[in-house]
Design a binder for this molecule. Sequence first.
Ligand code: URA
Length: 435
Amino acid sequence: VKDPRRIVAAKRDGETLAPVDIEAFVGAYARGEISDALAAAFLMACLLRGMDASETLALTRTMVASGDTVSFRGLDRPTVDKHSTGGVADGVTLVFAPVAAALGLAVAKLSGRGLGHTGGTLDKLESIPGLRTDLSPSQIERQVASVGCAIAAQSPTLVPADGAVYALRDATATVPSVPLIAASVMSKKLAVETDLILLDVKTGSGAFMKTTAEAEALVRACLELARGWGRSAAAAVTDMSQPLGDAVGNALDVAEAVEVLRGAQRGRLRRLTVLFAARALETLHGIAHEEASAAAERSLDEGTALDRFRRMVEAQGGDPRVADDPWSVLPRAPVRMPIQPDRGGVLSAVDAEEIGLASNALGAGRVRKGDPVDPAVGIVLRPKVGERLEAGEQVGEVHARSEAEGTEAVRRVLGALTVGDDPVQPPPLVHEWYG
Ligand code: URA
């Protein structure tokens, strides 16, 4: 067999790797036969040198083939999967899955953990006491049939190669790469045979793709993989130039998702979730856009989505009281400090990546591979771009383990806000749909 260092050296020197070499290297890493050090060098070489379509395909195929696949033959409802490329206060999945289930669709989804400055759906869900995400393929199939939705993790039986590479990328600054993100996202979608894949490709300060041009390149890479597998997929490039919702952390995101599911919180997180749910209904049930949107809105206002969320949490071993009174079960941080800008004016820009990093520094994300995350800490920040702030007004709060960490996070959040005098148009929620 080839010395794996030769594969890394070839990529380092800008060569295009043969599919067999990518399969051998990544397969061996997933089996624990290659060190983290060598794999990190491989990932950095891929990030810096890029990967072409054939290399991206080989990486994706290796990841899918590293585990089993999940299928839903015989289910009486169409199935849909949705995935975000990563954002800040991006709790769409937590709301989308139960909404779509309430609308008569089945949602089966493999999610990820926190990655770089972004939060991960699995880390958020696991802040609910007892909740498990390490579901087997047959558990996913059964839960989707009975509840209508399941959110699970990569595991030794499901895309383990993505699980291994994902955790290493988080710890080695090797996240923001079109081919690495496309292979990671799509391997999890291709391992679960749904009728429709919806991709939320983020762009802006809190995304990995900072410009719409880069986001479009990621859309192309993902849709090409879907086409190659004969799977139906659509993608939206959506705004991540500011946190989508108000909560950045883990338990805080779950509490916010419950507020949206109760119909109590309006705003951009709800609007984007409704757009994705409506798109799924339009495509899979042939329902017109207005009617589909109205049905999604009703599921939030009438509690049917919240009921699916409660059942999903319970089916995955979590305390279902989270759906009725989140803070009776979610962990709370000992220190809470207000965020108060010292200057009034119009919020004109937010460095959402900095806010994600500030939340991670509080303990909501990992520094080293395999670190535990602190479920309780994080940041709540309410104003959105274009809104007026008053000097000294409380615009949110930091939830921290200690005063010192809280003070530092407040400082970082305030430094991430640009306040000006002129009116500013809020950014569009969706830039463009593809597919
Ligand atoms: N989501 C994933 O699953 N993988 C990535 O690389 C980025 C976002």
